[in-house]
Design a binder for this molecule. Structure first.
Ligand code: ARG
Length: 717
């Protein structure tokens, strides 16, 4: 206290003398757990040892700086960590607002000290956490402030810092809870150097650091040093004072001209702090250059069955994992189960690129700008055929509208992974979903994330309307649920057929290998399949099996390979080639059974897309893949349900060209494939992890039950 009193008149310092505020650990202890370091350490630190370690740090620092003291208060054990008192620049201080209740009682004590010592104290709005110099560090090269968020400080506090301290603020997203304060993993050093642990930050922040700090000034440390709090360093001129560092780090620092002083602070590590946390720098010998914050905020509007559909969770997760933060401004749940709910959420992002990224994803989830805030979509011209402007908005399967001028225009030809192209017609602007390769000079493309919204409500409403699709909700079924799912699919197939709807099947060769062709044949014959999509292989194996009884040389009845069987598929290909097409082979009476035969006989159109094997292809196979895609798209058009049977690439291709509202059932023995397809986030997609042959046999059996017949052949009519 005496030091404080003695220095009172000169305590506001703008000279080069370093002044530091510390607080003796007379009341220090680990009393609660508010960070991972404190776990298991409650009352495990020794007060005596803490006093000794703190005193030693104090004595070391006294050699290099003027130390001032604030009187410790009983009941506030973390008050020793003065870094968290506030953030000082010149005679201004932004007082901390602690995130955890456990530390909020320190605020008035620090505030009083700052006021008594002549500072102008800035107080953040209630409920907006910011933990002072623990989360905000001035760069020692440029004139800006690095500010952390993610655990303790709220991103939304950063614009206040920029305004009150007249400084550019660069926001860094902390993602590793062990490094919950910026000063635990980040330390700007004299001469523009930066000591930091990259693993504590997200990709965006690492990029930002690399953009601002040249490579030869970045001292990235390993986890060993990071967990010893090597970044929690007090740097005065060329001296760095820290708890502990590895030999290699000490050597690196030494080579750069820094003198490392280690002083053990193990007792404080138990509370998640070390040298830097125990100090608050009161003078910053630096020049201030700019005074901006790049922090962006926007308010979005979400409507629908927000809780039931998990939409709110997903939206908030999207914001946080995308590097932003949020504030829920309002949330109206509605009164009845069938009522939809409405939420307004403020989205905050460290800069415009991160904001656009987050907004893009939120739009995909169905979020919209507030009507009063909606801004027209941004457009950029196509300057090269087949190439979109850099920042183009990537479309989803959901119906989309764009705000052109003051009119919301519905986008035509909705599909995934396209761009929204705008062309002018006599009756006004027309927006359509286009593949990159189809973009033409003269069109404009929607870029960024303004003035775009997708309509998700219908889907979520539909799934809630009745329990009819209750196990058709997006999700991957485990084995024990397969039968239930099959019942549901059979029911759907039956109803779609009876009302004249359309079912498209994509199938891989595994369908034949697993003995599924018998069942697929029956589905085709029964009128349940209205288009078949696959590659060269499924047709070859099917025809080989029909003609020679083997699939890739395996006897399908006995399950053993047949002598000379490996030539069978070539013989099958050769026969079809002789006739010119699969249909002609059927006509000639040479192909008399199998899946392809049934397609020809029942007028079910099929499309075979490509082959990389050079032993074919069948004459029907389209080797021009762009043509094949167009053919697929034509056959998928108007589908009510797509049954995807063990073919990852053809299914993904089909999934992408299908708008929302089309049910998709993906069957594969590999859960990864199933997940990949259900990942498009559509409530209409169902994944079934099982053997496809088994699945088809269950399905056919179930369909026969629905028709009231149990005989195995021709029961499906
Ligand atoms: N136990 C304290 C907390 O969790 C430690 C604070 C460390 N301070 C710092 N600037 N990193 O808040």
């Amino acid at each position: 206290m005496t030091e404080t009193m003695a220095n009172k008149a000169t305590s506001i310092d703008t000279t080069d003398t370093t002044r530091i505020l510390m607080c003796a650990p007379h009341h220090y202890d680990v009393d609660y757990v508010i960070n991972p370091w404190m776990e298991g350490n409650i009352h495990r630190s020794s007060r005596d040892q803490a006093e000794t370690q703190w005193q030693k740090l104090h004595d070391v620092l006294k050699e290099y700086a003027v130390i001032e003291l604030i009187e410790p208060k009983p009941g506030w054990p973390d008050m020793v960590f003065t870094a968290n008192a506030g953030l000082i620049l010149g005679d201004r201080v932004v007082l901390s607002r602690f995130f955890h209740e456990e530390r909020q009682g320190e605020e008035p004590h620090f505030q009083k000290w700052f006021e008594d010592n002549g500072y102008t104290v800035y107080v953040l709005p209630k409920g907006l956490p910011f933990e002072g110099a623990g989360d905000a560090l001035f760069d020692r090269g440029g004139g800006w402030l690095w500010a952390g968020y993610g655990f303790r400080s709220e991103l939304d506090s950063h614009p206040y810092l920029a305004k009150w301290l007249d400084v550019e603020v660069l926001s860094l997203h902390l993602v590793d809870s062990r490094f919950y304060h910026l000063d635990t993993c980040f330390c700007p050093l004299q001469g523009g150097y930066l000591l930091y642990y990259p693993g504590a930050f997200d990709a965006y922040s690492n990029r930002l650091i690399e953009m601002r700090v040249p490579a030869d000034k970045r001292i990235a440390i390993d986890e060993v040093d990071a967990v010893n709090f090597a970044c929690n360093t007090v740097n005065i001129d060329r001296t760095v004072v820290m708890n502990k560092a590895t030999e290699s780090l000490k050597q690196r620092l030494d080579e750069l001209g820094f003198t490392v002083i280690e002083t053990p602070l193990t007792e404080f590590l138990k509370a998640g702090g070390a040298a830097k946390c125990l100090t608050l720098k009161m003078s910053e010998p630096r020049s201030i250059e700019t005074q901006t914050s790049t922090v962006q905020s926007r308010v979005i509007h979400l409507e629908g069955h927000l809780l039931d559909s998990g939409l709110v969770n997903r939206a908030l997760d999207t914001i946080v994992s995308g590097g932003g933060s949020f504030q829920v401004l309002s949330f109206d749940l509605g009164k009845q189960r069938q009522d939809s709910s409405v939420a307004e959420v403020k989205v905050i992002a460290p800069d415009v690129t991160v904001m656009d990224d987050i907004m893009g994803q939120l739009i995909d989830l169905g979020a919209a700008s507030l009507p009063r805030e909606a801004q027209p979509a941004e457009l950029e011209p196509v300057v090269q055929n087949g190439v979109a402007p850099d920042d183009f908005y990537v479309t989803t399967i959901y119906p989309t509208e764009v705000l052109i001028g003051d009119r919301w225009i519905k986008v035509k030809g909705q599909r995934m992974d396209g761009a929204i192209a705008l062309s002018q017609t006599d009756s006004g602007p027309v927006a359509s979903c286009k593949l990159l390769r189809d973009l033409e000079i003269g069109e404009s493309v929607v870029v960024g994330s303004r003035g775009i919204h997708t309509i998700r409500e219908l889907a979520s409403l539909k799934s809630k309307k009745a329990d009819e699709f209750s196990f058709m909700g997006a999700g991957v079924s485990s084995e024990r649920r397969v039968e239930l799912v099959v019942e549901q699919i059979a029911w759907d197939l039956r109803r779609i057929r009876d009302r004249g709807g359309k079912v498209v099947v994509t199938a891989g060769p595994v369908v034949i290998h697993t003995g599924g062709s018998e069942h697929l044949k029956q589905l085709i014959r029964g009128g349940y399949v209205h288009a078949l999509l696959g590659g060269n292989a499924i047709a070859v194996h099917d025809i080989e099996q029909a003609m020679l009884g083997t699939s890739l040389g395996m006897d399908m009845k006995r399950g053993v390979s047949v002598h000379g069987g490996h030539r069978h598929h070539l013989k099958a290909i050769n026969t079809v080639r002789r006739h010119g097409s699969i249909a002609k082979t059927v006509e000639a009476g040479e192909l008399t059974s199998g899946v392809m035969y049934e397609c020809v006989k029942n007028n079910v159109p099929f499309s075979l897309a490509g082959s990389i094997r050079d032993d074919g292809p069948l004459p029907d196979t389209k080797m021009d893949l762009i043509e094949a895609q167009a053919d697929y798209a034509r056959l998928v058009e108007g589908a009510d349900l797509i049954l995807m049977l063990s073919t990852m690439l053809h299914s993904i291709g089909v999934g992408n060209m299908t708008p929302s509202g089309v049910k998709m059932v993906c069957v594969d023995i590999n859960p990864a494939v199933v997940t990949k397809l259900s990942d498009r986030g559509s409530v209409e997609s169902t994944g079934v992890v099982t053997d496809v042959g088994l699945f088809l046999s269950l399905l056919v059996h179930q369909l026969s039950k629905l028709t009231g017949q149990y005989a195995p052949v021709d029961v499906l009519n």
